[in-house]
Design a protein around this ligand. Sequence first.
Ligand code: SF4
Length: 209
Amino acid sequence: MTSDGFDIETLCRHWKVSALAELTAHPNESHRAATAVIDLAERAAVRWTFNTGAIACGPGCGSCCQLNVAILEPEADLLARHLCRHLSANRLQRMQEHLNRLAIRVSGLDDEERLACRIPCPLLDTGGNCSIHPVRPLMCRAITSTDAAACREAFALAALGETPRVLMNLRHRQIYAGAFEALATALAEAGRDDRSLPLILFLREKLAG
Ligand code: SF4
């Protein structure tokens, strides 16, 4: 526990129990477990990060949305349901075709190689906004910058092979990375698919499923 009472281990245990309860009560609706953990982590972020440094991320800045984002099955379920609810049949078909092309493009690339290729997330819109922002994955929430200009510069340099170094609010990151681990642990304890896969691959799998 830190001097201000922040205790990530206790929070994570609580989040895991909540996710496990959702997975047990609704075995065919795993998105509920993702939603529960996201809501709890959001509340923790409001409570525990208000005086730990401003976050510069905002609408129209998709600088980091070219990173390889790992997601868990309940998050893939949540994304797939959101897209099926909000996209027309034609747009959904185009999204699936786009995901198929991207899956081939990123196949065999490690995180650095993928970053150097500057392949934008398929869910980033043309205005640089996350098109599924309310249900974005935990690891997207974990990546924050405290300096938008420095962040843009870091990712531009990444295209030249440099490892991006971004100033982040570390407590914010700790909360969402902890929530991701809590959800993964709940999946493992429930005997469910606890793989973490790149967003492109897991979403493609879910939409095809
Ligand atoms: S899901 Fe949204 S926030 Fe995450 S990488 Fe894609 S566009 Fe960015």
